[in-house]
Design a binder for this molecule. Structure first.
Ligand SMILES: NC(=O)c1ccc[n+]([C@@H]2O[C@H](COP(=O)([O-])OP(=O)(O)OC[C@H]3O[C@@H](n4cnc5c(N)ncnc54)[C@H](O)[C@@H]3O)[C@@H](O)[C@H]2O)c1
Length: 263
């Protein structure tokens, strides 16, 4: 049996993190680096990804690469994978973490918005994974983790574009998992509401809405980005080497409603 330090030793591993300059992605990048991984911080936000990579290199001494990437552009994903292999010689894991969606009226969407949400939340993860597969297959305990969402497995008419795309993501990961074992493991984290600063407000939430959601959560708080980073590290680690095709719900216990409502 391995020790906890051995199970969570990421020395020599190379992990690509998409959306790596965002709230959850940047925390994951820092945490993975603290476990010994070399991380590639890939994000549309060029300044953010470069800054996070520089900070990680200073803090952990590990090599980190910050790269501008638009996951909806296949050519840019090809360049990201090539740059990773040029610098580190391999890809051991991928965190497909880009995702976003704004409030939409159920019948207020259109073809363009639905397709754009799919490209951002689902197709980008497919293409990044597909292009990494030849490298992942060569690694021990290669693993891909996806940032899923509660809206992807519950009815979510308020976020019809985002929720439909995230539902597609979950089923795509299940297909990848059954067809790609034992070489590569694929797992999703079904994320509940996590404090990501302005991003939630841009998606249409007001502080009052957030406070109301928090009241119903069993743990009585929103998640912190590190709550998700820890779960990502677990699914990537040797401790999870027999876990594939799983959906790990990390949502503070969810929202509980009594089966015997009094009001
Ligand atoms: N925060 C939450 O409450 C919550 C809940 C459920 C699921 N999630 C999922 O977790 C993941 C991370 O969310 P977060 O809260 O850290 O969000 P965030 O908005 O803080 O970070 C997302 C990052 O993705 C980047 N990005 C956006 N479009 C991109 C593109 N085309 N190419 C590359 N990068 C792009 C942004 O620049 C940003 O840095 C997302 O997939 C999100 O859907 C978050």
């Amino acid at each position: 049996m391995k020790t906890i330090n051995e199970l969570f030793d990421f020395q020599g591993k190379v992990t690509i993190i998409s959306g790596g300059a965002g709230a959850i992605g940047s925390e994951a990048a820092r945490f993975f680096a603290s476990l010994g991984a070399n991380v590639v911080v890939a994000d549309l936000n060029e300044e953010g990804s470069k800054k996070i990579a520089e900070d990680i290199t200073k803090e952990s001494g590990n090599n980190a690469l910050g790269i501008k990437i638009d996951v909806t552009d296949e050519k840019q994903i090809e360049k990201l994978v090539q740059a990773t292999v040029d610098k580190f010689g391999k890809v051991s894991g991928v965190l497909n973490n880009v995702g976003w969606g704004a409030y939409t009226d159920l019948w207020g969407s259109n073809t363009e918005k639905m397709v754009d949400a799919y490209k951002l939340n689902t197709l980008g993860a497919y293409n990044l994974t597909r292009l990494c597969m030849p490298y992942l297959k060569k690694e021990d305990n290669a693993s891909v983790v996806f940032s899923g969402s509660m809206v992807g497995n519950t009815p979510s008419p308020e976020f019809i574009e985002y929720s439909t795309a995230k539902a597609g993501l979950l089923n795509m990961v299940r297909s990848m998992a059954v067809a790609s074992g034992p070489e590569v493991r694929f797992n999703s984290i079904i994320i509940g509401t996590v404090d990501n600063g302005e991003s939630s407000k841009e998606a249409g939430y007001t502080q009052e809405m957030i406070d109301n959601v928090v009241k119903g959560i069993v743990m009585k708080r929103r998640g912190l980005p590190e709550d998700i980073a820890y779960a990502m590290a677990f699914l990537m680690s040797d401790a999870a080497s027999w876990i594939t095709g799983a959906e790990l719900t990390v949502n503070g216990g969810g929202v509980y409603k009594s089966k015997m409502p009094t009001s």
